[in-house]
Design a protein around this ligand. Structure first.
Ligand code: NAD
Length: 496
């Protein structure tokens, strides 16, 4: 018997019978653990209608009451984080400690949203002109759509949902069909925290559900996270339908190691950031740029650490790296190992040899050296446990490589030279930069987003830019005149 995962619409599980469903796997065993309902146009309509009905009352709910719901949700999430981590591991495959890490980062975003009464304050200028006051107010947009990827089934929805709700919007969340249960768990917790029915809805499915949201006139904004081709499509389609869109795409994150760096620290960082979550992170390090003469020594240190990594079922506390999310994705990543070999890269550690019991979607940590920019292992986002080392002769050559790359999500430099680090931070064309920090995911009170093909739109996710994205500003100019001050004047109003 496998389970069924269904939509959450208007504060309860959807009661209908789906025309199409998808399989949800347990990646460590390879077995189908559940079937997820896929929305058709009728369910898109149902979810958007529920969100639209809930909007007027939620918009007019006081700031105090809205933030009380978020505080209550934060407490419930913290209390039940172990349960949620297990759900994530059972569908995504990442080890439970890593799932707990994504929940911890998600909680930061909820805590930020709890500050809505402070964050939504406008400005007020008394006497902008004689007897005239000017002030600004921030208002919600209406129904917003959130479309999320498989790799952070709790954190990415929670980059957007708490801020969108705090600002007074209602939400239709379309999570990845590969690991949809975390979103339903989150919606249930919100209901328990006192969120009224219809304010947050979860719609499962594929392109049909996404297109339904992109085209629906009642949906005012879309926050999307996923691969670059889909992000571009979502941005172009959503904006063509008059919506505000932020669409975060894929990545190819370079970690530059300068000759003066502490190579043990750099090797620890490369292995942690390259193979954590089996490389299925948009901020994973996938390219190490070793500035000579350190490449041989660095590759030796990385290799030595890789051979000690324990690959296994994410439920086993001894495991450090779990399986890939699906067999299809594992096969795609594996095909890059073959492509790298065919293109002439040196295969230092071959993850295809990994031996794990059971029928899971396994691929071990893999390391290529002597990778060059024309190779597909360098050009494409692989999104798996495959790390490439490119050798550069100088800092300038390394910088040029990073800046020439189509993606610009995250990058890091490892060095003990503050001047070199400062120069890198100034010159690199990437949205999130780590100085001796391999995965520089900004804290919840900054905002997350890349440059170039890693982001379409001009708002980054969460933090101050999240609040900006989920509100419309209105400026009011007000005068309460004395009746004696009347009279027609066709001149352009001046301040006196
Ligand atoms: P994906 O692009 O395949 O899917 C993302 C979402 O889009 C899912 O909800 C999916 O159902 C939907 N979708 C898929 N194909 C579609 C289509 N043809 N039309 C409309 N909607 C479609 O991405 P994924 O494999 O789930 O996630 C991995 C990708 O996400 C990687 O590229 C990774 O770099 C990226 N990612 C980026 C960030 C970031 O912040 N920049 C964060 C996490 C993941």
């Amino acid at each position: 018997m496998t389970g069924r995962i269904s939509h959450w619409i208007d504060g309860k599980p959807w009661g209908g019978v789906a025309e199409r469903t998808g399989e949800v796997f347990d990646p460590a065993t390879g077995e189908v653990r559940a079937h997820v309902d896929f929305a058709g146009t009728a369910q898109v309509e149902e979810a958007v209608a529920a969100a639209a009905r809930a909007f007027p009352a939620w918009r007019d709910t006081s700031l105090a009451a809205r933030s009380r719901v978020l505080f209550a949700f934060r407490e419930l999430l913290a209390a039940r984080k172990d349960e949620l981590a297990k759900i994530i591991t059972s569908e995504h495959g990442k080890v439970e400690s890593d799932a707990a890490g994504e929940i911890a980062r998600a909680i930061e975003n909820v805590e930020y949203a709890c500050g809505a009464p402070q964050l939504l304050k406008g400005g007020y200028s008394e006497n902008a002109s004689r007897g005239v006051d000017v002030y600004s107010i921030a208002q919600p947009l209406g129904v917003v759509g959130v479309i999320s990827p498989f790799n952070f089934p709790a954190m990415v929805p929670l980059w957007f949902v708490p801020n969108a709700l705090a600002c007074g919007n209602t939400v239709v969340l379309k999570p990845s069909e590969k690991d949809p249960s975390a979103s339903v768990f989150i919606a249930e917790l919100f209901a328990e925290a006192g969120l009224p029915a219809g304010v947050l809805n979860v719609l499962h499915g594929d392109k049909v559900a996404v297109d339904g949201l992109l085209e629906h006139p009642a949906v005012k904004a879309i926050s999307f996270v996923g691969s670059t081709p889909i992000a571009r499509y979502v941005y172009e389609t959503g904006t063509a339908h008059g919506k505000r869109v932020q669409a975060l795409g894929g990545a190819k994150n370079h970690m530059v190691v300068l000759p003066d760096a502490d190579l043990d620290l750099a090797a620890d960082a490369a292995v942690s950031a390259g193979f954590g979550s089996a490389g299925e992170r948009c901020m994973a390090v996938s390219v190490v740029v070793a500035v000579e003469p350190v490449a041989d020594e660095l590759v030796a240190k990385v290799t030595e650490r890789m051979t000690r990594l324990k690959v296994g079922d994410g439920r086993d506390p001894a495991s450090e790296m779990g399986p890939l999310v699906t067999a299809a994705h594992r096969d795609r990543v594996r095909s890059y190992v073959e492509a790298g070999l065919a293109e002439g890269a040196s295969l230092v550690v071959d993850g295809r040899d990994v031996a794990v019991d059971g029928g899971g979607f396994w691929l071990g940590p893999t390391l290529f050296d002597h990778v060059t920019p024309e190779m597909s292992v360098y050009r494409d986002e692989i999104f798996g446990p495959v790390l490439s080392v490119v050798r550069a002769r100088t800092y300038d050559e390394a910088l040029e490589l990073v800046n020439a790359n189509a993606y610009g999500n995250g990058t890091a430099i490892f060095t003990n030279d503050g001047r070199a680090a400062r120069r890198f931070q100034n010159e690199v064309e990437v949205g999130m930069v780590g100085l001796n920090v391999p995965i520089p995911v900004p804290v919840g009170y900054y905002s997350f987003g890349g440059w170039k093909d890693s982001l379409f739109g001009d708002s980054h996710a969460y933090g101050p830019e999240g609040f900006h994205f989920f509100t419309r500003r209105k400026v009011v100019t007000s005068r309460w005149p004395d009746p004696s001050q009347g009279g027609v004047n066709l001149g352009f109003p001046r301040n006196s």
